[in-house]
Design a binder for this molecule. Structure first.
Ligand SMILES: [Zn+2]
Length: 240
């Protein structure tokens, strides 16, 4: 009894997450609150060490971080707890989500911005994505590029990132061959489709560029909406 009393009076008697100002009366009606999206980045730096420095200190643009950094050899570094909000996305939006840092897990890939992504690095990424989606209950198609959420500011992870291979591993959104074979219906509006996928349209040409980086593997900021873009958009919005 004395031991119980001593425990109860101790200054650390409350459990983490339980406010000592209130009486804890547990309800079972709840679930985990956290990330619903995963954002893939390229560091656009020359080495893992340079990125580890940037992501843990202050750089010219202020403080930045990410939950994970994956080296070209596939080594996975974790810099921020998944329960915490890392500073990787900056301003932007995806669908109705406007505070991307609060809603997402950020994964940086060591890449100078123009090189191929080595097989080892992509294998490590897909293993990490499987782990995150399972543990954190994030839908597998909710894996996007930094450029997707901030088309006017960002192009990473860039045109060389293998989204098709990622989709074959089960992550991200990708059109099926069946959907690609169908013609857009009369009156099909490709811009509405772009918006429905998640892209913001305040800068339409920038949104189209980000879409092409992701789904066509090309960096084209100038060409107007083309039949190939429309075919892909039509296929993407047909899928649930
Ligand atoms: Zn980025």
């Amino acid at each position: 009894m004395a031991a119980i009393l001593a425990l109860g009076l101790g200054s650390c008697s409350h459990l983490p997450g339980h406010n000592p100002m209130a009486t804890w009366v547990q309800s079972r009606n709840h679930n985990a609150r956290g990330a619903i999206l995963i954002v893939v980045h390229a560091t656009e730096q020359d080495s893992v060490q340079a990125s580890l420095d940037t992501l843990r200190s202050r750089n010219a643009q202020g403080k930045v971080s990410a939950h994970y950094l994956i080296g070209r050899d596939g080594h996975v570094y974790q810099l921020v707890s998944e329960r915490r909000r890392a500073w990787h996305a900056g301003g932007g939006s995806w669908g109705n989500i406007t505070d991307l840092n609060s809603a997402s897990i950020g994964i940086e890939l060591d890449n100078d911005g123009s090189s191929e992504f080595p097989r080892e690095q992509i294998d490590a990424l897909t293993a990490l994505l499987a782990d995150l989606c399972d543990r954190l209950d994030i839908p597998r198609r909710q894996v996007i590029a930094h450029a997707d959420l901030a088309p006017a500011r960002k192009t990473d992870p860039g045109a060389r990132f293998p989204w098709r291979a990622l989709a074959q591993a089960g992550f991200g959104r990708w059109p099926t061959d069946e959907a690609l074979a169908s013609e857009p219906a009369p009156g099909f509006d490709p811009w509405l489709a772009l918006r429905a996928i998640g892209y913001r349209l305040d800068d339409r040409q920038a949104a189209l560029r980000a879409f092409r980086l992701h789904f066509r593997g090309i960096d084209d900021a100038r060409t107007p909406m083309a039949p190939e873009d429309e075919r892909l958009l039509n296929a993407l919005v047909q899928q649930p």
